[in-house]
Design a binder for this molecule. Structure first.
Ligand code: PEP
Length: 243
């Protein structure tokens, strides 16, 4: 079994000072046996790259698919590699649903990330409405179809949209069944990728989630902004997966 992955998506939060304080606390932790990733906003990546312990990996929250050029406000995968990123989130539900990013656009972002040598954390998940209409499987299938023929290192994060930022995570039985389905689809595509769960992971529910070995780790939002809660989640994955 590979190391569990615990990633923190900071979203549009923190200033230079508060991020420095958070990283200083994270640097004191012993990071063996867990792949820990922090994903600060673009403005904090350079600082994070220079002060974070090198066992903490750096990821960005988004990228554009062009290498360079007249694309005001965008950041290319090459720029992220240049600044020290190993990972990039592609297809976070906030990008899909607030900024209207389509599977077509995300396919281009995945391909561009591959070319630059970044590992995408590719987020998929159904909305509450899609869940209620019984469309979860078809939504996930469509979202996964864009990885056909890409053959690249990839992490998939199952993040039901209705569980993100709500404080209410999906039940472990639901996560297990959905990840089984995702793994089956990945096998059909001959893609090998760890599958994380994201959506209101907190110290309170991390043990239950980490105990389900089909889940390869967690993508954390709110709990990743606080050193104590993020370190508790990492520690829980470390301890549970040791046995
Ligand atoms: C996320 O935004 O990817 C996320 C999982 O957020 P939260 O943990 O706050 O639900």
């Amino acid at each position: 079994m590979h190391k569990p992955i615990v990633a923190a998506n900071w979203k549009m939060n923190l200033t230079k000072k508060s991020a420095e304080d958070l990283i200083a606390k994270l640097n004191k932790f012993v990071y063996e046996d867990v792949e820990v990733i922090i994903m600060p906003p673009f403005t904090l990546l350079d600082m994070a790259a220079s002060i974070a312990d090198n066992r903490i990996k750096l990821g960005a929250q988004n990228c554009y698919y062009k290498k360079n050029g007249a694309f005001t406000g965008e950041i290319s995968p090459d720029m992220l590699v240049d600044i020290g990123c190993k990972y990039v989130i592609v297809g976070h539900s906030e990008r899909r649903h607030i900024f209207g990013e389509t599977n077509d656009l995300l396919r281009k972002k995945l391909a561009a990330s591959k070319q630059a040598g970044l590992i995408p954390v590719y987020c998929i998940g159904e909305t509450l409405d899609e869940k209620r209409k019984g469309e979860k499987e078809s939504v996930l299938s469509e979202q996964l179809n864009i990885i056909d023929n890409l053959s690249m290192p990839l992490i998939v994060a199952y993040e039901p949209v209705w569980a993100i930022g709500t404080g209410v995570a999906a039940e472990v039985v639901t996560i297990r069944e959905t990840i089984k389905l995702i793994r089956q689809k990945l096998r059909e595509k001959r893609v090998k990728a760890p599958v994380l769960y994201g959506g209101s992971v907190k110290p309170d529910n991390a043990k239950e989630i980490a105990s389900e070995t089909l889940i390869d780790g967690a993508l954390v939002g709110g709990s990743g902004l606080n050193a104590d809660s993020f370190l508790q989640i990492i520690d829980i994955f470390k301890e549970v997966r040791k046995c």
